[in-house]
Design a protein around this ligand. Structure first.
Ligand code: IPM
Ligand code: MG
Length: 365
């Protein structure tokens, strides 16, 4: 097949990890007769520096008409002034909204050999396989009104948590659909004891649950969910929640895997191009050193093949190659390893070309 992929490497370690993901995509493409045409645009701080805006109209348009979009990371200390009129993160939010990708999938699993890097005791890690689905285009991130004003000599600020019923329903329905291909369990996370938006969320979860009786539905308050994620993470299968809760819970869940550098994400809308990005940020402290972990980006490339191009077999090949590489000791500095970013990419590509049944012989010789 032939596919057009827009690359948005962004800031910090973004370009370094995107390079490796693209190498892996090209290797898989060569192996299986696919052609991936890429075009590259700026996003975030680098786009502010060049064009004065974190996402140009041209870049957004290219993304909207591509088959899939692959992003590295945005942001950095030089653009962090809280009073600045434009911020790198605005580019990412505009992109998510402009592409209509309302569901952000963040799978969390623990790779064999990495248990010792998790802050949790090894016995708690057994069987962790969580798919967090975060609502991505609503809630506090986009609600109006927002801003600051002077009232009676005091600065007053406002953000708005707003949801329409259809925005909640479509993401919860997706959670049920995906749970059916997994362990048939959905945990819907809200704050229904306090928030109006959460009461509607819970009501829609109950309605959707009653139409999907083969799936077990549970409700959990977000504070309790934060606790259960570290107390008993293997109890979760699919966890679905609103935008801000999902942002917070996925950083928490990511460390279960040993390093935030391992985690991929896919953002999907209805039949539109998907947006794929590792969940780590721009990591300005290690940018340009060639030591960033490219695995989150490479696994995001696997998700791109699966969800946007329907190439599930190729996605599994990448995931298996990553597992082989990591569990045979190839790791970057975040996991106490000595591999550089590009060595990690190379090893994963090498593993792609080793037939699975020969892997054992090969790695033991
Ligand atoms: C994420 C990030 C973004 C978010 C930031 C960079 C705007 O934390 O993708 O989780 O809050 O959504
Ligand atoms: Mg986040």
């Amino acid at each position: 097949m032939e596919a057009n992929i827009v690359l948005l490497p962004g800031d910090g370690i973004g370009p370094e990890v995107v390079d490796q993901a693209v190498r892996v995509l090209e290797a898989v493409g060569q192996q299986h007769g696919h052609r991936f045409n890429t075009s590259t645009y700026l996003i975030g701080g680098c786009s502010i520096d060049r064009y004065g805006t974190p996402l140009t109209k041209e870049a957004l348009q290219a993304c909207q008409t591509a088959d899939a979009v692959f992003l590295g990371a945005v942001g950095g200390p030089q653009w962090d002034d809280p009073l600045a009129a434009v911020r790198p993160e605005q580019g990412l939010l505009e992109l998510r909204m402009g592409m209509g990708v309302y569901a952000n999938l963040r799978p969390v699993r623990v790779y064999p050999g990495l248990a010792s890097f998790s802050p949790l005791k090894a016995e708690k890690l057994h069987g962790i396989d969580i798919l967090v689905i975060r609502e991505l285009t609503g809630g506090l991130y986009f609600g109006q009104p927002r801003g600051r004003e002077m009232v009676d000599g005091h600065t007053r600020v406002v953000d708005t948590l707003v949801y329409y019923d259809y925005e909640i329903r479509r993401v919860i329905e997706l959670a049920f659909r995906l749970a059916k291909g997994r362990r048939n369990k959905v945990t819907s996370v809200d704050k229904a004891n306090v928030l109006e938006s959460s009461r509607l969320w819970r009501q829609i979860a109950i309605e959707t649950g009653s139409q999907n009786s083969t799936v077990t539905l549970e409700h959990m308050l977000v504070d309790a969910a934060a606790m259960r994620l570290v107390m008993d993470p293997s109890r979760f299968d699919v966890l679905v929640t609103e935008n801000m809760f999902g942002d917070i819970l996925t950083d928490e869940a990511s460390v279960l895997a040993g390093s935030i550098g391992m985690l991929p994400s896919a953002s999907l809308g209805d039949g539109k191009p998907g947006l794929y990005e590792p969940i780590h940020g721009s990591a300005p402290d290690i940018a340009g050193k060639g030591i960033a972990n490219p695995v989150g980006a490479i696994l995001s490339a696997a998700l791109l093949l699966r969800y946007s191009l329907g190439l599930d077999r190729e996605a599994v090949l990448i995931e298996t190659a990553v597992e082989q590489a990591v569990s045979t000791g190839y790791r970057t500095a975040d996991l106490n390893g000595t591999c550089t970013t590009s060595q990690m990419g190379e090893v994963i590509i090498e593993k792609l070309f080793i037939p699975l049944d020969r892997e054992e012989t090969r790695s033991s010789t």
